[in-house]
Design a protein around this ligand. Structure first.
Ligand code: FES
Length: 72
């Protein structure tokens, strides 16, 4: 009999979505509290609630849409 399934979805320019009963551990091996069935883990390194995503990655994408160039 198979147990509950865990899936991890890579969101383009966004977080990793972890669905299912995966145990999340911090860098010291301590369990992280999950409040939801689906957890979004930050991949951009800019979240204020790391290791979880707080959608800050969307702000970064919105400000890098121009062709660029400096005015000096
Ligand atoms: S991936 Fe969403 S804040 Fe980093």
């Amino acid at each position: 009999m198979l147990g509950p399934e865990v899936t991890i979805t890579v969101c383009p320019d966004g977080p990793l979505l972890v669905r299912g009963p995966a145990e999340l551990l911090d860098g010291d091996g301590n369990a992280l509290t999950r409040n939801r069935e689906t957890v979004a883990l930050c991949r951009c390194g800019r979240s204020g609630i790391a290791p979880f995503c707080d959608s800050t990655h969307k702000k970064r994408r919105a400000t890098t849409g121009s062709a660029g160039g400096s005015a000096s």
